[in-house]
Design a protein around this ligand. Structure first.
Ligand code: GLA
Length: 386
């Protein structure tokens, strides 16, 4: 994992690359989803939180319709784009995230005159912690300020989703950017993805002697290809056959009828989404009434549903979850879109060392890549740093 540059170092690096001071520095975090997976694009419920790792951008406006971007990672130099010729097909690597945001802002009528941008990020890439949305949200927050667009968070969420869907080409929902933009220290974001109604739910981990461990399996995944899109298509088919606008409109009581109307695989996809929505609501209630020590069974049930019904887990994620649980975790589940990435384990703080050791041993014994294991706490969302 990389460590972040200090703000002063980021400003100095910007000066070195572009020859003048940036107008400002903005940050947006990655996220962990506590529960509510593949429910966002079904207009259901999610409960993610922003984490302490973030993407940071130093930015200065230009007036010549040119965007120049460079990062502290990767080996290419400054990439220059003429905004009059902005095209998704020409955007390479991580540059499609800032350029996608510019595209979405421009399409929405915001005049982006051009800018220079230096990116630094300590959100691990491909770990399922939303490194791409962290970049998009940092850029969106910067442009919202610098272009005096004054867009409310709901619009920023939808614009970054458009950037992902139509510029980057990943048919994702609104969970990741909502967590990055709305996150607050010590709380999870309970979001109704139908109308973007959001409430902060206290997630008092340390106060209860608990921690959340992220186990990055290092199995890389992409939501621009394959599995993610096919799961989304199954959900849309399920909603259509059941005669509802979105799977959010089905309840647990509707599942018996769904079993009779849907083919076996589509039924299991639908059952995951309907039961997962119910688990999010249960988790919120449990957190409010009893606290985080009581949500373990819901996390476990969520993982089983993703493994067996939605089929988006993989052997490494299952091993991480089972081993963590066996070594003392209260509950564990894969987090994010699936097909790789990370699992989370809710642990009593004194179990951190045994759980880490057990997972590392199990991965070694199975011949898997060495996982990255670290704790996360709910942190502040996107903001101007300086
Ligand atoms: C990815 C997507 C989100 C969401 C999750 C699954 O992270 O970006 O919109 O669909 O997968 O819950």
């Amino acid at each position: 994992m990389t460590s972040p540059l200090s703000t002063a170092d980021l400003q100095a690096a910007f000066r070195e690359r572009f020859g003048s001071d940036p107008d400002g520095v903005w940050a947006a975090p990655g996220r962990v989803n506590l529960i509510g997976e593949h429910t966002d694009y079904n207009e259901g419920f999610v409960l993610p939180f922003a984490i302490g790792m973030s993407a940071r951008v130093a930015v200065s406006l230009r007036t010549d319709r040119t965007v120049r971007v460079v990062s502290t990672f990767g080996n290419h130099g400054v990439v220059s784009t003429d905004l009059n010729k902005l095209s998704a097909a020409d955007a390479k690597g991580w540059t499609k995230y800032p350029l996608g945001v510019v595209w979405a802002f421009t399409e929405a009528g915001v005049d982006v005159p051009g800018f220079d941008l230096l990116l630094d990020s300590d959100v691990p890439l491909g770990a399922g912690l939303s490194s791409s949305h962290a970049i998009e949200c940092a850029v969106a927050t910067a442009l919202n300020d610098l272009c005096a667009a004054d867009l409310p968070v709901e619009r920023l969420v939808l614009l970054t989703q458009r950037a992902e869907n139509f510029f980057v080409g990943a048919p994702t929902g609104i969970m990741d950017q909502s967590a990055s933009l709305r996150g607050r220290e010590g709380a999870a974001v309970f979001l109704d993805c139908r109308d973007q109604h959001a409430e902060l739910v206290p997630l008092a981990l340390a106060e209860n002697g608990l921690a959340i461990l992220v186990i990055d399996t290092k199995v890389s995944h992409s939501h621009s290809t394959g599995g993610y899109a096919s799961r989304r298509a199954s959900c849309e088919l399920g909603a259509e056959v059941m005669g509802v606008k979105a799977l959010r409109d089905l309840t647990l009581d509707d599942l018996a009828e769904a079993a009779g109307l849907l083919d076996e695989e589509t039924f299991r996809r639908v059952r995951h989404v309907v039961t997962e929505d119910a688990r999010v609501l249960d988790t919120v209630e449990t957190l409010r009434d009893k606290g985080p020590a009581d949500i373990g069974a819901l996390l476990d049930a969520s993982h089983a549903s993703m493994r067996d019904d939605f089929e988006i887990s993989c052997a490494e994620l299952d091993l991480a979850v089972e081993t963590a649980r066996g070594a003392g975790a209260i509950g564990a589940r894969m987090t994010g879109g699936g097909f790789g990435g990370a699992a989370i384990a809710l642990i009593p703080v004194e179990q951190e060392a045994p759980v880490r050791a057990a997972v590392a041993d199990a991965f070694r014994a199975a011949g898997y890549k060495e996982p990255d294991i670290f704790t996360v706490t709910p942190a502040e969302g996107a903001r101007r740093v300086i």
